[in-house]
Ligand binder design. Structure first.
Ligand SMILES: [Zn+2]
Length: 262
């Protein structure tokens, strides 16, 4: 019943529309009809019977008096058939083509059960060898259920799409955090200026001067290592940068610069 509740809005107490033959069979099998319905449907049940169906029982007389007594305890469902019609037809008429009142049909009529399988959202209960059974959902009901689920899915699918779009926007800030970890360009420049020309190494100066592009990169990398060691002084030496650059590079190399070219 949970599937019916989710897909079609069935609510407890479930309105169980019982036909006359079911009342009779329940008494024959000594079934507590209402209790069994509660077990099979897994919920509270309001048993009901149509005027035409109870009329069918009256017609059969005292032979089935217990069934009549049982039916009298049910809520009477007005079907507005002035002249009583066969119970099957009456129930089919009450259900209509949509079962909009959300009845669960409890019937022993093969003919009616076959008919109700063509209509979506009609749970059908019957007794088979004194066992009460809720029939598997009919194909018509399954299709209606899937259609209903797709319509329910649509809005939620749109929401998830929105969420997916908003997620990328949240990630960029993380990348910004990574920035500070790299060498601070300001501190790099200051260091260049600081170092006074150091005693020069065995390396031929020409090698360094030839590779200007490589040179500068090296300088920056080496200076970043010393960043903490030196304090910012000697702004006045900035202008000498060009002249001093060569010596600085070689000084860095002396100290064992990383990834040497050789
Ligand atoms: Zn009727």
């Amino acid at each position: 019943m949970q599937a019916y509740s989710l897909a079609f809005g069935f609510r407890q107490p479930y309105q169980a529309l019982v036909d006359s033959l079911m009342c009779k069979d329940a008494m024959d099998h000594k079934l507590d009809l209402v209790k069994q319905l509660g077990i099979v449907l897994q919920g509270t049940v309001k048993p009901m019977i149509t005027q035409c169906c109870i009329h069918e029982l009256y017609l059969q007389g005292k032979v089935i008096q217990p069934a009549v007594d049982l039916a009298k305890t049910f809520e009477r469902r007005k079907c507005n058939h002035m002249e009583p019609i066969p119970g099957d037809d009456c129930i089919a008429n009450v259900v209509g083509d949509k079962n909009k009142h959300r009845y669960i049909i409890v019937t022993q009529s093969q003919h009616l059960r076959a008919k109700l399988r063509e209509i979506p959202a009609v749970p059908v209960v019957h007794i088979n060898r004194s066992v009460m059974i809720l029939e598997p959902m009919s194909e018509a009901s399954v299709q209606a259920k899937e259609k209903a689920e797709q319509q329910q899915m649509l809005p939620s699918a749109l929401e998830t799409a929105k969420v997916a779009q908003s997620k990328p926007a949240e990630e960029p800030p993380r990348k910004k955090r990574k920035g500070p970890k790299g060498p601070n360009p300001l501190s790099v420049k200051k260091k260049k200026v600081k170092r006074p020309p150091a005693p020069l190494p065995k390396r031929p100066a020409t090698e360094d001067t030839d590779k200007v592009g490589g040179k500068r990169k090296r300088v920056e990398a080496g200076q970043s290592e010393h960043a903490n060691a030196s304090s910012g002084s000697g702004h006045d030496r900035k202008r000498r940068r060009n002249g001093a650059s060569t010596t600085v590079v070689s000084a860095v190399r002396d100290k064992g610069a990383p990834d040497g070219e050789d």
